[in-house]
Every structure is written in structure tokens, then in C-alpha cells.
Design a protein. Sequence first.
Length: 381
Amino acid sequence: MLACPHPPPVTLVLDPDDVTHTRAALAAHDPSGGRITVHPTPATDSTFTLACDILAALGKPAPLTAYPASDPRPAWTLCAAWTLAGPVTHLTVLRVHLLHQRCLAELIALRSRTGVRLALVCHQRTLPRTLERTLARTQHTVPDAEAVFSQQESPDDEPTANVLRRRWISLPALTTLMSWEDSPACTCAAPLASERGFTPPAIPALTEQEVARRLHAGTAHPYLAAELATACFTAASTSQLSTARVRDAALDGSTVTLHDRHNVRQGCMTHPVPAWARALLWVAAFTHLLATGTSSDKLFTDPYEPTGLPYLTDFAEQLKLRPPQPPRPKRRKNTRRRPPPPTVWPLSNAHHHLPWITPEDMRGCPQPPGYKPKPQPYAML
């Protein structure tokens, strides 16, 4: 199980005049810059709720509905995994004098698992007994509030939203996502995709940024975001994605190996991971390592077995990501605009090794760039 051997001491801030410094702490909230500020939900002593507050501060949809609220372990594991993958270096929690001792213990444990610099802000002059007992067992410092908050600068304003923000994004790499074949995993030393002559469809830089933003903001469940991200930069099928184990993701996040032991498609390959997707693969791997301490699990699964989460294609549609669609007929003048048709997910054998491996059903969708029809192995008489 992951743990920081020497976590930094907890910073306790006594701030009875909370207006100015609270505003400063909230203004310093900048997840992309490694700083988050959490304002806990009032009037509750639920550790599950506090974990959801942290995930919301990280920009993830909350509360979590796939896990029972009576079991806070999955939520805190996700907090730790997203914190490590961010990476988040500073976590400021306001109004800690109102937190239950269980919540304080979870915050201290989160610091120990991730090494995050934890600042607890107590908005009164004297410590409540719960906070005093917790800190008595934890290395901590008590600096002046002015000294702490004067170091926190407000992040720059975000750039104007680009034109892709509300549009559907059609990615040729998703044309080959659907599959029905079985691809068992293996333990081979797979060659690089370039060594096999395989090049997935490229994604323009601005589109990459928007895809990454949607994946980070679209779910708190790492395996969903990581699996769809991998499909986008590898053009892999669902059967290939299911073969990846935690150990198939490089420690530095630079590569991921997908297997194809029966050579149904292009064989086992190691794919380079673009910079925009590395944090997503890290958080998927961290989730397994934090929860189980092993690297033999499937990378794109949740070790806590959540319920009610969408299929990968449904998740893609929620984020308005899809393969290129069939051309729509031109709308005649003076006719009502029809609602958009349902997304078509084709079955393509563009990357299959042999043409008869699977029946192709493009349903009017275009093939990915560089597609070449495969010759039949023998003439039909």
C-alpha cells in the first residue's frame, strides 16, 4: 500500500477573524497549480461527505453515488489517488473546529498516504478537545495566520473558453473501440507500437486540451477516465483495453502496454502516453495500489466494485465524445430542425489482422484515416 514515509508536519492556523483569511484561502484555490481549499459541508460528521467535499474541490463530480455512504473507504482512496496524480501539494481545510474526530483522523491519514502539505484552519482562539487530541499525536506547527495566507497567491484568471467547449468532438480513434472478440492478457515484453508499424489517428493540440478537460471534470472514477483516454490515444478496442494490468502502466506514466495474445488485431503493443493523459493513468494505477497494494489487477477496473456506473461508450457520450458519424441529410428550407440522431458506434475491422475475424458493420460511419481494405484470403467460387 502506498504511503509517504516522512509526511510534512500539519500546519495549524488559528484564525478567529476568519473573513479576510478565509477569502484569501478560497482565492488561492487552484487545483491545476497544486493547491486546493476545502470548505466542509456544515452540520454533518460524515467522513464520506468530507471525502466528497475534497473530490468536489479537486473538480470531480460529487457526491459519489456508486458506493454506499456507510463505507467511506472508496471515497478516501479516490481522494488520495487524485491528490497523488494531480499532483496536489497543498490542501487547506477550513472550519476544522467543527469537524468530528473521525474526519480529522481521515485528513491526517490522507496526508500520510500522499505527502500533501495539510493546513487546518481553526476559526476560534482555543482548540476544541477533538482537534487538540488529534494534533497531540501528530507533528504540527502553529504559524501566524498572516504568514500562511500571505504566501498564497490567487491564481491567474482562466483563459476564455475555447470554441470546442460545448460541441461534440468526433475522434477517429474511437471508430475501432467496439469489439466482440476475446483478448486474453499475457506477460510478454511487448514492442513499441511504432516498431509494429502502427500509428493511431492524431488528435489536434486544442482538441487534446478539451478532451483532457472533459475527462478530468466528467467523473471521479479513475478507471472510466483512464480507459476512455487510452482509447483516444491508442485507437484500441474494448477487448484490448481489458487486458491492461496495473503493471502494464510505466511508473513514470510514459507508456502503457495493451495485449493481443492471439494476434486478432495488431498483436501486443506498448503505446506512448501523451502528456495530457498521464495523470489519468497514474490515478487509475494509484487507486489499485492504495486499495490492494498489488499491481496484478486490471488497470481499467475499480477495486471496490461500484454499482450503477455507465458503460464506456455511454460515458463517452456523456462527455460529447464519439467516432465520426454518418453524414446527415441536408435540411430542406422551411422545415423543422430535427433532434440529433443517436450516436452510432460502428464495428470496424480496420485494425484487425485478418478480414474475417469479425463481421464489419460501419452503419454509414467513415473508416479511420489510413484505412486500406484487406484482400480476401481466397477467391469465392
